[in-house]
Design a protein around this ligand. Structure first.
Ligand code: NAD
Ligand code: DAU
Length: 337
């Protein structure tokens, strides 16, 4: 196995990146982490506060800054790339930063990794495969053709393609993972689950897009972290691994579960206009990762994970309050919401 000692984690102040940094700090005490994060609206240094400064260092900067990236990559033995513009609704309102950060940012990182011969892991999404019909028995596999729907997912697909080409043409030592919908602590209140939890805490009715039957395949962010570490250290170079934990659920079921857990009537929400181009269903077949690398998810009780997530938001109002105000202001300018 490859055991890196010094890693650069981009986007380590965002939701999934910060959960990964805290996972590494807890589970791999011998590893030094340099977080590179621009601290956009989605990045918050509080997400990695309290970790040993000898082991986790934050560099505030842009992944498109080639000189900075070159310097950081030259001192590392691996890069784990989480930084992105990540929210579909924002990408519909203003796609420009998605092209820059997701495509140009990835290009900048893999060029630096190529120059310095550094191992690279690319964190991507199941949305690159487009969507499945509700009644389709199929799930996404590593062989499913790319068919992205939104500005967000098309820029993630483009970044995956760059990585594949750099592997083949330059021999970049890279792996790619495409994961399904994450939930857990530190998720920005623009996303579905935290938006509805914080709405309910504020006495505001949750908002369900379209007919609410869209299906997402939920995985706890801790399981995403353990999967990425497994692929980074034991994955085969040049390979793609799909990460999922058999968590398919319709949005309306998730919303009703939140309402029940928060002691609200199950119909205490508003139907709102649908997201344009809204993907119907995502579903991951994680067989390759489980069989080849022996990875198993640990947080498969969704109701329990949701309860803990709700408790976390209840206990962390000062963390989400400023982001909540800014997010709901942004949503009020969108045509659907
Ligand atoms: P997030 O929006 O919560 O965090 C993104 C982080 O990247 C923030 O800290 C932000 O400041 C930073 N960032 C943005 N632009 C940057 C730039 N130009 N330079 C440096 N830093 C920059 O995102 P997330 O939900 O944690 O997603 C992290 C990654 O995981 C993304 O690549 C996303 O595509 C992927 N992913 C997300 C999910 C999900 O369910 N949220 C599922 C699969 C894959
Ligand atoms: O599948 C992985 C992807 O999951 C990641 O690549 C993305 O970064 C991440 O944002 C997420 O994308 P989604 O679009 O699936 O997540 P979001 O939380 O925005 O929405 C989840 C579902 O809930 C989706 O069907 C839209 C719906 N929704 C969302 C919001 C914010 C609502 O019904 N109401 C809402 O208020």
């Amino acid at each position: 196995a490859f055991e890196p000692k010094r890693i650069v984690v981009t986007g380590g102040c965002g939701f999934i990146g910060s959960n990964f940094v805290r996972w590494v700090a807890r589970e791999r005490p011998g590893v030094h982490v340099t977080v590179l994060d621009k601290l956009t609206y989605a990045g918050n240094p509080e997400n990695i506060a309290g970790l040993d400064p000898e082991r986790v260092e934050l560099v505030v900067g842009d992944i498109c800054d080639a000189a900075l990236v070159d310097r950081l990559v030259s001192g590392a033995d691996a890069v784990v790339h989480y930084a992105a513009e990540s929210h579909n609704d924002n990408s519909i309102a203003d796609p420009a930063p998605f092209v820059r950060t997701n495509v140009e940012g990835t290009f900048t990182l893999i060029e630096a990794c190529r120059r310095h011969g550094v191992r690279y892991h690319h964190v991507s999404t199941d949305e690159v495969y487009g969507d499945l019909a509700l009644d389709d028995p199929a799930r996404f596999t590593e062989e499913t053709p790319y068919h992205p729907s939104s500005p967000y997912s098309s820029t993630k697909a483009a970044s995956d393609m760059l990585v594949r080409a750099w592997v083949r043409t330059y021999g970049l030592r890279a792996t790619i993972s495409n994961c399904s919908n994450n939930y857990g602590p530190y998720q920005h209140p623009e996303k579905f689950i935290p938006r509805q939890i914080t709405n309910i805490l504020d006495g505001v009715r949750p908002r369900l897009y379209g007919d609410g039957r869209n299906v997402r395949d939920w995985i706890h962010t801790e399981d995403h972290s353990s999967a990425v570490w497994t692929i980074l250290t034991r994955g085969r170079i040049g390979e793609t691994y799909l990460i999922g934990a058999d968590g398919e659920r319709s949005n309306i079921d998730v919303l009703r579960a939140i309402l029940r857990a928060m002691r609200r009537p199950e119909d205490d929400f508003d139907w709102v206009r649908d997201r344009p181009g809204h993907d119907r269903r995502y579903a991951i077949d994680p067989t390759k990762l489980r069989r080849e690398l022996g990875w198993e998810p640990a947080h498969t009780d969704f109701a329990a994970g949701l309860e803990r997530t709700i408790a976390w938001y209840r206990d962390h109002e000062p963390w989400w309050r400023p982001a909540k105000e800014a997010t709901e202001k942004k949503y009020r300018t969108m045509e659907y919401r």
